[in-house]
Ligand binder design. Structure first.
Ligand SMILES: NC(=O)CCC(=O)C(=O)O
Length: 279
């Protein structure tokens, strides 16, 4: 018997008009529902241009801000789970890069703050320092929807294999990363990292990017994609606004895990990946 979850990865065009960005997201959630999606995932930084100079201006409280309220309402009206990409979140004097997840009644299911901030310096290519304005989150985030345990990461979080490994160990069959790689690292690492996390952990991996805007100060790579637990890319968009529809088949997770049983073959007497509990 096929046990599946129908998902839509929505590669939104993001501009400087916040209300327009949010309205476009709401419209795409309804469109995805019409095409049969049960879970709709949006990109990193979908209500604001991506860049440290924008975060303060576009930031809102989560879940009480206007973007959260619009997504919660859209999730309830469409009757779908919404993995709400990310927004710059204001919490007291701090800003975070945050993904909120809404169930099909519009109730907040999960809230993940990006743990690994995007601070890189590739001379003559790209220098970016999220930590100039953002604070890092300090916990891993998983949630259940329709009997499937799903783990969340945000963009640069994808580079950290320990995080994915722990979420897999905690029972996740699907990891979703709203992300916005760029024109330097995107072609080199975007698909490679998604396939690596999928094959290492024998689960589904979905990456959701904004569409590319050549006029933006940060040009996103696009290419939202889905990788299966064998490490095969089962669907990938180009760089223009679009949506990827697919079914997450849980049988594939069990098939790979039983046929290649690395989960039982780890030499944890020699090494381990442990989750530290917060004091
Ligand atoms: N928004 C991000 O975290 C970008 C990450 C990225 O581009 C990378 O190469 O990593």
């Amino acid at each position: 018997m096929k046990r599946g979850l129908k998902i839509a990865l929505v590669q939104l065009a993001v501009g400087s008009d916040k209300a327009k960005n949010v309205a476009a997201a709401v419209q795409e959630i309804h469109k995805a529902k019409e095409k049969g999606a049960q879970l709709v995932a949006l990109p990193e930084c979908f209500n604001s241009p991506y860049g440290t100079k924008y975060f303060e201006e576009y930031a809102e409280e989560v879940p009480s801000g206007e973007t959260s309220r619009a997504l919660s309402k859209a999730a309830a009206e469409a009757g779908v789970c919404v993995v709400g990409g990310t927004v710059p979140e204001r919490c007291g004097s701090r800003l975070y890069n945050t993904c909120a997840v809404w169930d099909s009644n519009g109730k907040l299911l999960a809230q993940h703050r990006k743990i690994h901030l995007f601070d890189i310096d590739i001379p003559n290519k790209i220098t970016f320092k999220e930590s100039e304005v953002l604070s890092p989150g300090d916990q891993l985030t998983t949630f259940q929807f329709n009997g499937i345990k799903i783990g969340l990461g945000i963009c640069y979080d994808l580079r950290f294999c320990e995080m994915a490994h722990i979420m897999a160990k905690e029972g996740c069959s699907l990891l979703i990363y709203p992300g916005a790689f760029n024109m330097t690292t995107g072609p080199k690492h975007w698909q490679l990292l998604a396939r690596a996390r999928a094959v290492d952990n024998q689960l589904w991996v979905a990456l959701v990017s904004p569409a590319r805007d050549q006029t933006a100060s940060y040009v996103a790579w696009g290419h939202s994609l889905l990788v299966d637990p064998w490490g095969a890319v089962t669907g990938q968009l180009e760089h223009v606004p679009d949506a990827l529809h697919a079914t997450i088949d849980l049988n594939t997770v069990e098939e790979v895990r039983s046929q290649i049983p690395i989960r039982m073959q780890r030499r944890t007497d020699i090494y381990d990946t442990v989750k530290k509990s917060k004091q």
